[in-house]
Design a protein around this ligand. Structure first.
Ligand code: FPP
Length: 251
């Protein structure tokens, strides 16, 4: 069989892919190592996917790195994830900026340690002019928290007389989410075999296609991304409407 040409994106490739990167802990445990050893391997997988995604036709990539619920993990593991975010930005930001990648961090800023908040702001500032590829990292992010924050923003604007509640529509909510201005994900991938959304992009995934892959995140690579995109291309998206053939048959 001819090797897959991953440099040729199919015309109907998903523009926005969102990934729940799951399985770092299990990857380490299977090797008899402490859970947190899986996370630096997870960062290597992030690098592979950020490199491969634009070649496969993807323009927006959103990665779920740290949820509002992940603070409940052991302090050492939380500290390791913070350290890795810092290390990743310090080592890769210049390259990402040069390659036209715009970085955006989704989630609550308050509650982040000051050094992490600073690095997040630097990553966004240094890439603010880029538009070749959009890398969004959900960090201290929760879908419900994001909706609560959007509701608060709307309520505040209404209370201050700057917004007529009657004019609030879906677009008004979308614009106030931390993903505001980004198209909704076409494809959501979750690794490790688990089949849950885990409070990720609750509003934005209303019509997304889901692909669950039985691979632990540290083992993820361009070929797995390609396979998920191929699966996506077999799906028929209806957005609540009918299949095109059925509409024709119904006359
Ligand atoms: C899921 O595996 C992974 C996470 C919750 C953390 C992901 C974080 C990184 C890859 C590093 C930091 C991020 C960046 C952007 C550099 P798990 O620990 O839930 O695995 P398990 O389900 O097997 O326990």
């Amino acid at each position: 069989m001819a090797p897959v040409d991953q440099k040729q994106p199919a015309p109907d490739a998903p523009l926005h892919v969102a990934i729940v990167m799951d399985g770092n802990g299990r990857w380490a445990k299977r090797r008899g190592l402490p859970r947190q050893v899986g996370h630096p391997k997870g960062v290597d997988a992030i690098r592979r996917v950020v490199e491969a995604a634009p070649d496969q036709g993807v323009r927006w990539l959103t990665l779920y790195a740290f949820s509002t619920e992940n603070w409940r993990r052991p302090a050492g593991e939380v500290a390791e994830v913070m350290r890795l975010l810092k290390l990743y930005v310090n080592s890769d930001l210049d390259k990402l900026a040069r390659e036209g990648v715009r970085v955006r961090i989704l989630g609550r800023r308050d509650g982040l340690p000051p050094d992490i908040a600073e690095i997040v702001e630097r990553a966004e500032r240094q890439t603010a002019h880029n538009d070749r590829f959009f890398l969004q990292v959900a960090f201290n992010y929760g879908g419900r928290a994001d909706l609560v924050d959007a509701a608060r923003a709307l309520a505040k604007e209404a209370a201050e007389g700057r917004l007529d509640p009657e004019t609030i529509d879906e677009d008004a909510v979308s614009r106030r989410l931390s993903t505001g201005g980004t198209p909704d994900p076409d494809l959501v991938i979750r690794t490790s075999g688990e089949q849950r959304l885990s409070n990720f992009l609750l509003w934005e995934t209303a019509y997304s296609e889901f692909v669950f892959q039985d691979v632990l995140w540290p083992d993820y690579n361009a070929a797995y991304l390609h396979a998920a995109i191929e699966e996506f291309q077999k799906r028929e998206r209806r957005y609540g409407g009918a299949v095109a053939d059925d509409v024709l048959a119904a006359g």
